[in-house]
Ligand binder design. Sequence first.
Ligand SMILES: [Zn+2]
Ligand SMILES: [Zn+2]
Length: 286
Amino acid sequence: MRRLLVGLVLACAVWGQQVDFTKQEIETVKITDSLYVLMGGPAQGNVLASVGPDGIFLVDSMYAQMHDKLLAAIRKLSAAPIRYIVNTHLHGDHTAGNEAFAKLGAVVISHDNMRQRMLDAKVDGLPKQTYGSTLTLQFNGDEIYIYHPAPAHTDGDSIIFFKKANVMHVGDVPASLRYPNIGVAEGGTVDGMIAAGNQVMQIANAQTKIIPGHLGPVIGFDEIRQQLTMFAAIRERVMTSIREGKTLEQVVAAKITKDFDPGRLGGAITPDRFVTLVYTDLSRKK
Ligand SMILES: [Zn+2]
Ligand SMILES: [Zn+2]
């Protein structure tokens, strides 16, 4: 059981593709005078860095193999201490770099459920500070509001909102740039993904710069809305098929996402994989 959990945690983000870390370089994109997105290719989680008088605050830490390159990119921005890392969720493309940053003195923060799952799976880089519903930090002149959507991508997701800068990192909650992964073995659900997308649109506003977990690096309401439309349609199609008694193989073979595929084929989750995830979740609550 333990081995199974570790395998799931580590494998989730690399479905369908092998990452050659030696070929991944960090691209730094300036968002405001103090906020930067550090991108390491589509398989790595986007890192958001706040740089200022209080030091450095990171959202997510990429795969461990990216640590040296990520740190070098951060050091081009500032030599200040890296004080905090908040993880959007437990997948390795967002957390496996935690341990190396913790050794440099960073305090890792996450939702309670995320830490518990990492503890159960015996993964390194455990968060040192956790929260239940919301957490607010004052840092670099901004108010950083961290909140937990109901089980969505996993059951330990965090969304991080820099209120003054009006910048929000939403982790792997839906955006139309690709088909999203749903952590169906880690408490994630289709309905939760839809709810989290709607919640983002309630807390953010049309001017908010939304940083998705992958690609981008900046999206707005349009990309979230498009993904919610896709989710509602595919949910309905899969649910109808389940009620008709169709098997997973039959539903996958029917290519029911075809009208939504354009523009969504850049990520690790293929249409077949996405349909499999939706079917897996919906069939267990039928
Ligand atoms: Zn991810
Ligand atoms: Zn993920």
